[in-house]
Structures are given as structure tokens and as C-alpha cells.
Design a protein around this ligand. Structure first.
Ligand code: RNT
Ligand code: ZN
Length: 412
């Protein structure tokens, strides 16, 4: 009997169908962020990263051109099982000839990405880029009191909706367009309402353009603070959640965007009760929103459990969001995405009905014992079987090291 067969038997004894878990996992799409490959650099502006986010490290091999980034994404995707979507930022526009400002971006500036995605049967998600640009003034964009600045970024948001619709039409897959602005203050403001009122007005203006809501899902991502923006964040949790509900768009939670003892896993159920769809940025905050590579850790598993046991795999847009420049970037990509998938498989392999029944009968003793027992169940054997069926190697490190030797080290 193979290790998988043994594991299957063990899970079956608990009422868990390992085959069904694998089948379900195959259909879950993870939206993979393109920005792990070049430290959130992009191609449209030479400005350094800003907006209170930071990539640290200088591991060799960062992608410097669209061709390099595309090659790296190919390498990374070849080592990830399951369904993927490509998540792009507006700063990854590819100009062939005259560059355009962010307020002037058009679908044609993303044609190379559409060709890339179509050739690989990928859908595309999108993000307007409200950072690392000279039109960010005093750390403000959509909430700026300077009308020229505010308008510029409203036009950017509108342009991005048009581009998102183009992605959906070309690929045949709906596009999730996520709005996140870095706007905030390092020190105590005198007016907290004004910037938020302007942000609300700007969002209203962006969303006023007609677009097909079955093709473009606009999401809004909140944040607690950024580096250099410690005292006040315009797009706070309360602002973004209230706005999303009122405007009928989709709320997005990034698990690096809350106070250190707050957990997104506990928030998912509440949002599911009041939203048809919700969206996540899965990351690993270490003491702050540091965007470390996602690990197979307790909170990632808990997030996955909340999605699976609430029957919400079709209602949650799952995207990765991290950027580590201190290790091989391809490995960072693959490790983080695989860990999201591992967490989902782990969740699919829990005896969820049994656990709920124990909770409802107030048998917290048996609940604790069973939950603990599941931690050492032969999960790894089911994961390995999933990789085998998906035709990706269990050992991706050798492939990454080989690519590093042949390709990445030459980028100097
Ligand atoms: C920043 C947000 C945002 C960015 C990306 C690059 O704190 O998490 O999602 O990481 O848009
Ligand atoms: Zn995020």
C-alpha cells in the first residue's frame, strides 16, 4: 500500500475523503502577485518604492525588464500546482514607444501581458498603482487637498477600470481590481475627516464610470499604518469596510494590515455574512506589515479553515501579497503560493462537520483533543500525492537553484 493509500484510510476513519479534498483543491485559483519578481519595481517610473511599504534585501537576480519578469513568472508557475491567475499592478505597463502617464494608461499598454496570459490560459487581476510616482504629493493621492493631484489619481483609477475590463474581455476570466492607497500622516493630524471625505469623493468618481460588474470586481483594501505614515491612515479598516458595503464593492483584507494581535481568520465569517464576495491578500507580517513569504503557519491554516468550512471557496478571491528581496525570488514565490495551497488542503482534510458538532454540543474537551490529533495526521502524504497528480516536483529547490545558476546570476 502506498503512503497515500495509508493516509487515505486514516482520514477515511475520521470521515474525511482525501480524494475529494484533492479534487476540490485543484479548482481553487490563487491570484499570484507579479511584484515578488522585481521588488515592486514596475516599468513605468524610475521612482523608488514609496507609500510606506518596503522591500529589504539585495539577493541577485531581480527581474529588470518585462522579458525577464515574464520568464521568471513562467519558471515560478511551472513549480506551483493548481490554478493560477496573474496579478498585475499598473506600474507594470509596457510602453512600446511613447510612455504614458498613469492618468493616461490604456489597454494597449498592457497588450503584451494579455498576449502572455492568453498563451498560458491565465486570467489577470489588476491594481492601480498609487505609489512610487512624482504625482504622489505629501504622501497623498486620492485624498489630497491639492485638486490637481486628486484629479490625476481619479483619472488613474478610471483608466484602470477600463484596463481591467479589457483583461476580462480578452481572457474570458473576470478581473479583480484592487484599490489600495498609501495616503496618511507620519504625525498627528489636525483634520481626520477631510482626507477621508476626499477619499470617499474620489472613489465615487472612479466608480461612476460605466463598467460591467460581472467582468470587473472592484475591491478596496484597508490598512492600519505604513512606514513613515504611523499616526493616521486615510483608508482605515472602518473607512474601507463602510465604503465597500455602501458602494456595493468587495472588501479586501490583507492579513498584514491589522494590529499584531488581531487576526484576519476571525474576521472572515463576519464579512461573509454581509458580502456576496470577499477578497484576501495573504501575506506574513513579522511585527509590522513586513510582507514576508507566506509560511504553512497557524494563522495561514486558520484563514484557510475559515474559507473551507464556511463553504466559501467560490466566494473568496485569494491573492498573495509579499515581497522578499533577501532570498531567491523564484523560491519566495513558489514557497508562499504552495503554502497557501497547503493550508487549503489542510483545511479540506479536517473533519469539519464532526468538529462543529462537538462545538455545538459543548464538548470542548473532545473538540480540543480531535483538533490536536489532526495536526499530526499524515497530511504530507496527501500533499505529495496532489503534487504528483499536478505533475510538479516535490523538490522545487533544485529547479530554482538550477535557474539561478543558468539565468539569474547573469543579471548584473
Ligand atoms: C500595501 C498593500 C498593497 C501592496 C501592493 C503592492 O500595504 O498590501 O496591497 O502590497 O499593492
Ligand atoms: Zn496587500
Amino acid at each position: 500500500m502506498s503512503r497515500f493509500d495509508e493516509a487515505k484510510k486514516m482520514y477515511a476513519s475520521l470521515g474525511v475523503d482525501a480524494e475529494a479534498a484533492i479534487e476540490q483543491l485543484k479548482d481553487v485559483c490563487i491570484s499570484v502577485h507579479c511584484w515578488q519578481g522585481d521588488d515592486v519595481g514596475g516599468f513605468d517610473s524610475p521612482e523608488a518604492l514609496s507609500g510606506g511599504i518596503q522591500t529589504t534585501g539585495n539577493y541577485p537576480g531581480k527581474a529588470r525588464t518585462p522579458a525577464e519578469l515574464m520568464a521568471d513568472i513562467d519558471k515560478a508557475f511551472s513549480l506551483m500546482p493548481g490554478k493560477k491567475k496573474l496579478n498585475l499592478h499598473a506600474c507594470y505597463a509596457i510602453f512600446d514607444g511613447a510612455p504614458a502617464g498613469r492618468d493616461q494608461l490604456e489597454p494597449k499598454h498592457f497588450k503584451a501581458w494579455v498576449d502572455y496570459a492568453k498563451a498560458r490560459n491565465l486570467g489577470i487581476d489588476f491594481n492601480p498603482t498609487f505609489f512610487a510616482h512624482p504625482m504622489v504629493k505629501d504622501n497623498l493621492t486620492l485624498s489630497s487637498p491639492d485638486e490637481t493631484v486628486r484629479r490625476y489619481w481619479v483619472e488613474h483609477g478610471k483608466a484602470c477600470i477600463r484596463i481591467s475590463e479589457y483583461f476580462a474581455e480578452e481572457t474570458g476570466v473576470p478581473c479583480v481590481m484592487n484599490i489600495w492607497i498609501p495616503d496618511g500622516y507620519k504625525d498627528i493630524p489636525a483634520d481626520r475627516l477631510g482626507p477621508r471625505a476626499r477619499f470617499r469623493k474620489s472613489l465615487d468618481e472612479i466608480l461612476s464610470i460605466p463598467y460591467d460588474k460581472t467582468k470587473v470586481y472592484v475591491t478596496l483594501e484597508s490598512k492600519v499604518f505604513g512606514i513613515g505614515l504611523e499616526s493616521y491612515t486615510v483608508g482605515s479598516a472602518e473607512f474601507c469596510l463602510s465604503y465597500s458595503t455602501k458602494a456595493g464593492i468587495t472588501p479586501l483584507m490583507d492579513n498584514g494590515h491589522y494590529h499584531p494581535t488581531e487576526v484576519v481568520s476571525d474576521k472572515i465569517s463576519s464579512l461573509l455574512l454581509f458580502n456576496e464576495k470577499i477578497a484576501l491578500h495573504v501575506t506574513r507580517p513579522v511585527r509590522w506589515d513586513s510582507d514576508h513569504v507566506v509560511l504553512f503557519d497557524d494563522e495561514t491554516k486558520e484563514i484557510a479553515k475559515e474559507i473551507v468550512r464556511n463553504n466559501a471557496l467560490q466566494r473568496v478571491f485569494i491573492a498573495t501579497d509579499y515581497f522578499d528581496a533577501s532570498i531567491n525570488r523564484i523560491s519566495a514565490w513558489v514557497t508562499g503560493v504552495r503554502n497557501v495551497q497547503k493550508a487549503l488542503l489542510f483545511a479540506l482534510l479536517q473533519p469539519n462537520d464532526k468538529l462543529k458538532a462537538l462545538q455545538d454540543s459543548a464538548d470542548m474537551t473532545a473538540l480540543m483533543v480531535l483538533q490536536e490529533e489532526m495536526k499530526t495526521a499524515p497530511f504530507g502524504d496527501v500533499w505529495d500525492e496532489y503534487l504528483r497528480r499536478e505533475n510538479v516536483p516535490a523538490d522545487y529547490l533544485s529547479a530554482v537553484q538550477d535557474y539561478e545558476k543558468k539565468v539569474l546570476v547573469n543579471r548584473v
